[in-house]
Structure formats: structure tokens, C-alpha cells
Design a protein around this ligand. Structure first.
Ligand SMILES: Cc1ncc(COP(=O)(O)O)c(C=O)c1O
Length: 417
């Protein structure tokens, strides 16, 4: 066994409080053991998403917001149709980022008035789909507004538009900054008056503003600051137009803890600030829908990725668990999606959780690259071939954000339980 002097204590791989029960060392999802879930999935590797955890998260959000903002789900986090169908019954709207996501959203039965489409580089066909469906398009450039106007005219149907503003502030402490400074996202705040003039054309119907400044933020203060700044910006921009503001989308960016030392977001503080903001601007924007747009926060913690140990290998004094999954299924857990310095996701041996017999191992997949590492020198329960490796916090940006066809191994299965 390797020296563990610079490693966390034995049970620390689970450096998050996951919401899954454990019986006799075995993780359960909605009452089922991993062996049963693997049989149900027909294979390992698989992703399992727990409905109850998703529903619980929405309930907690509703309580925190207390009606101050609608909850919209960003399909990019997890576009599995069964998840989208479930959320269609639970949230107030959807954010889509492509024509295909739009189809999934529409197929779920959610009304087009509750769907918006953001993202740079919307193709002509996608803009036409959006106009035809009657959804709200968050315009990311003045050129996009011009293209949209022509498409709407050709279709003979006005396009519902909001302006996505590239704000003149940043979301501090954010895993991914998407506003402030030069960005491919949104229209620079200084250009918004010009964009509003473009919208005077008769085929564009202006509804409001969208400000999305960043993602994966665990600091309530930073989110509060950014929401306050966003509302000041909206108020400033709205001062230059006569038409009522029907929609104010404040973005989201609520993060979930992945790595040691990270603490869950203090949601109640964000909720209190939203309620205060809403009350403050109530008279100024009496007709506006207030929207918070979340992906990861709704589904991230409700999902696990499960693969099986094929072989235990020793090399130069180090132990490798070689598994039947890997970075081609879960790019984020390999450290190549959204991380600058690689850190281990929360990983454990799902049928030996809490075991006091532990060792330092690396969990690696079948690909011919050292990048294919799901856990690097982690302190895990001693495992054997046939055991289940579980990667927590995998409900968002897991399956759909991974290069499945790399090296032509079979893809994982997704199940909702
Ligand atoms: C416009 C927009 N909305 C919503 C999201 C969802 O972000 P998250 O999953 O971090 O909540 C993103 C993420 O990049 C985004 O770009």
C-alpha cells in the first residue's frame, strides 16, 4: 500500500454529502442496489438519475424564491428526454441551446411561451424553427437580430426576441465566466441602445433582457452581487425604450460542490435577495416575468455514473482499477471539462461504501491515453474485479458532454429511477 501522508483521511473520497442511502455498504438509488440497476440497464457502465432528488431540489428552490422568480431548466445540463419530460411538469420554463434541444423541449409538451433559446451562432434553420414554434429568442448580436428579422418576414410570423446583454460586470468566483469584457455571448451593454433600435422593425417583437454571466458558482455573495448589478443594468437599458418589459432573465450560475473544501451554495441568501429585488422593482416592471435559469443545480447531484472494475493491476508499486467506462463517457470526471487543474470528482466503490479497509488507487478506463483517469491516486475502499465504481455529482454535463465515439467503445446507458 502507498504512503498516504499527503492524502485526505480514509473516508474522505466522499467529500460531498450525496443524497443516496447506503445499506450494508451498498449504495441504493430509489431503493435499488447497483447490481439490480446494472441488470435493469442491461450493462455497465450506466448513468442513473434519481427522480426524487430532482423533485426535492425544485421544492427547495421554490421555498427559497418564495415566488420571486420562475425556475427555468437549461437543457444543456442534461437533455435526456425522460429528464426533460419530468421537468416539463415541474419547472416554469426551459432554456434551449440548439434546434435539437428545442425539439426535445417542444416534445415534452411545455408551452412555447415558456421556452427561450440562447447561444451564439444560431443557424438559419434553427432561427426558423424558433420563430415557427413561437418561442423567445435571446439575441446574441445585432447581426443575429437582422438575420432573424428576415427569417420572420419570410415566414410571415413575428419573432419574439429578448436581448442577451454582455454585462459590464463579471460574476466573481465563477467556474466559467460568460459575461464582462470581450465575449462571444450577448450584445455588449454599450451596443444595446443600437440593438433596441434594430428591433423597431415590424417582424421583431421585443420582450425583455437576458443576462447570463457565469456558471458553477458556490458563493452566494457573488451571485447576489451579479443579480443586483444585472437589475441595475436592466433598469438603465429599459430607460431608453417605451415598450413594457415582459421578461427579465437573470441567468443562474448556481453551483454544486465537486471537490474537497467546496461548500454547498447558501441558497436561502440568494432567495432572500431575489425577493428583495423583486419587491424593489415591482412598480418599475409590473408586467415582467422574472426568470432564473439553472441546469446543473437542478440535476447535477441527482445523477451517478457507474462502471465496473474489470481488472486490478499493479505497476511500479501503484494500484490501478481498470474499469469498463472512462473519460469517453464522463469527460468532466476525467478533469477535461471545466477544470484547469485536474481534481478528483467524488468517487467511491459503490458496493463497499464506508469500508474501513482502504487503499490508494487510480481508477482508469480502457482508452489508450493517460487522460482516461476517473480517479487519480484516491483513497478508496479496497476493490476487486466485478465491484462498482461510482462517480457522484454526475447528473449534469456527464453523458451529453462526453466524446462517446472516441475509440469506438460502446456508449453508457442512461436510466431514470
Ligand atoms: C445561457 C445559459 N443558460 C444556462 C446555463 C446553465 O448553466 P448551469 O448548468 O451552470 O446552471 C448555461 C451554461 O453554460 C448558459 O450558457
Amino acid at each position: 500500500m502507498e504512503t498516504t501522508a499527503d492524502l485526505p483521511p480514509a473516508d474522505s473520497p466522499l467529500h460531498i454529502n450525496h443524497g443516496f442511502p447506503v445499506y450494508d455498504g451498498e449504495l441504493r438509488v430509489a431503493g435499488s442496489s447497483l447490481a439490480i440497476l446494472a441488470a435493469r440497464a442491461g450493462q455497465t457502465p450506466f448513468y442513473a438519475y434519481d427522480r426524487t432528488l430532482i423533485l426535492h431540489r425544485i421544492k427547495v428552490l421554490r421555498e427559497a424564491f418564495n415566488g420571486a422568480a420562475e425556475i427555468h431548466y437549461a437543457l444543456k445540463a442534461n437533455p435526456m428526454p425522460a429528464i426533460v419530460d419530468l421537468l416539463a411538469q415541474q419547472v416554469d420554463g426551459f432554456d434551449v441551446a440548439s434546434g435539437n434541444e428545442l425539439q426535445t423541449a417542444l416534445n415534452s409538451g411545455i408551452g412555447p411561451r415558456n421556452i427561450s433559446f440562447a447561444g451564439p451562432g444560431k443557424r438559419p434553420g434553427e432561427l426558423a424553427q424558433a420563430v415557427a414554434a413561437g418561442i423567445l429568442i435571446n439575441a446574441e448580436s445585432i447581426e443575429e437580430l437582422r438575420r432573424l428579422e428576415k427569417i420572420a418576414e419570410t415566414l410571415g410570423q413575428p419573432a419574439r426576441v429578448a436581448i442577451r446583454i454582455n454585462p459590464d460586470f463579471e460574476l466573481k468566483y465563477s467556474g466559467m465566466k460568460m459575461g464582462g469584457g470581450p465575449k462571444q455571448f450577448g450584445i455588449d451593454a454599450s451596443l444595446v441602445p443600437q440593438a433596441l433600435e434594430e428591433i423597431q422593425g415590424c417582424w421583431l417583437s421585443f420582450e425583455g433582457f437576458h443576462i447570463y454571466s457565469g456558471s458553477q458558482n458556490l458563493k452566494a455573495e457573488a451571485i447576489i452581487d451579479s443579480q443586483n448589478n444585472a437589475m441595475e443594468l436592466v433598469a438603465r437599458m429599459a430607460g431608453t425604450i417605451r415598450s413594457p418589459i415582459l421578461s427579465i432573465n437573470l441567468g443562474g450560475g448556481f453551483g454544486i460542490p465537486y471537490f474537497p473544501g467546496e461548500k454547498p451554495l447558501a441558497l436561502s441568501r440568494v432567495g432572500e435577495n431575489l425577493q428583495r429585488l423583486r419587491a424593489h422593482y415591482a412598480q418599475r416592471f409590473p408586467q415582467a416575468r422574472w426568470i432564473v435559469e439553472l441546469g446543473r443545480y437542478l440535476v447535477g447531484e441527482a445523477g451517478i455514473y457507474v462502471c465496473r472494475v474489470l481488472e486490478k493491476k499493479r505497476s511500479c508499486g501503484h494500484t490501478f482499477l481498470i474499469v469498463d467506462g472512462g473519460m469517453h463517457h464522463h469527460l468532466a470526471a476525467s478533469g477535461h471539462f471545466g477544470q484547469v487543474i485536474r481534481k478528483n470528482f467524488p468517487v467511491s466503490i459503490g458496493n463497499r461504501i464506508g469500508s474501513t479497509t482502504t487503499e490508494v488507487v487510480s481508477v482508469v478506463g480502457p482508452l489508450c491515453t493517460p487522460m482516461d483517469t476517473l480517479a487519480d491516486k484516491m483513497h478508496l475502499p479496497v476493490a476487486e474485479a466485478g465491484d462498482f465504481v461510482v462517480v457522484f455529482q454526475s447528473g449534469a454535463y456527464g453523458f451529453s458532454a462526453s466524446p462517446h465515439s472516441f475509440l469506438s467503445h460502446p456508449p453508457p446507458v442512461e436510466i431514470v429511477v
